[in-house]
Design a protein around this ligand. Sequence first.
Ligand SMILES: Nc1ncnc2c1ncn2[C@@H]1O[C@H](COP(=O)(O)OP(=O)(O)OP(=O)(O)O)[C@@H](O)[C@H]1O
Length: 242
Amino acid sequence: MEHLQVTDLHVEFGGLRAVDGLTFDVAQGEILCLLGPNGAGKSTTLDLICGKTQPTGGSIRVNGVEVSRLLEFRRARLGIGRKFQVPSVYKDLTVIENLSVARSRRPGIWHALTRLSLRHSKDMDHILELVSLKDKSHDQAGNLSHGETQWLEIAMLLAQDSRLILMDEPTAGMTIQETQRTAEIFRSLSGSHTLVVVEHDMSFVRNVADRIIVMNRGTKLAEGSIEEIEANEDVKTAYLGH
Ligand SMILES: Nc1ncnc2c1ncn2[C@@H]1O[C@H](COP(=O)(O)OP(=O)(O)OP(=O)(O)O)[C@@H](O)[C@H]1O
């Protein structure tokens, strides 16, 4: 579980202010959904939090620790995990082998010790159960469906001990059933993990979000529950304007 505080965050790309004075908090164990029209700065915000992009100003704190100047791998070690739209699983390896690779990326020497490795294999079972892939643990990742591949990637983040998980359109391309299962997975992660999710599917957002932030032109336009967001006139205007 991680508490995230973003304060007055800025980034410019050749004069374009993609993120322009963004401030928000995410509580430990909370699921925050980021909405907004195309080009609002949602993906860039995730890039800034995970360290893929360096900010031109502002602060990003995780459990009180300033991370905004740290390199991406250092942030990963602090438990910040990013799931991209294109999955990065190893197709020739089995599901469980993919988890082992993810686990071996964890910091520290402890995972090398046998006693702890045993415990870890139990953790792995638990993780596979959580993402509904236990029956497929010895299947090649390349043979998984699109939805299962996305879940494997979430499982890999869990295996590498990410506690603040950032996801960009996790349900894109999923069937209705896969989307529903993904919502259940997210709800079971909430409480123990903090999630920031960029998502356009409103019924999914309705199912998973504890809170919603709508971005427009790099800044926060509105914040609240789904009911508050749907009733917000500024939000309606921003979407119609695009
Ligand atoms: N590396 C980059 N270099 C230059 N411009 C960029 C870069 N990354 C993003 N941008 C620009 O920053 C703005 C915000 O982009 P971003 O992808 O964050 O928006 P978004 O809200 O995620 O939109 P979408 O819903 O379309 O993915 C856009 O105008 C985009 O073209």
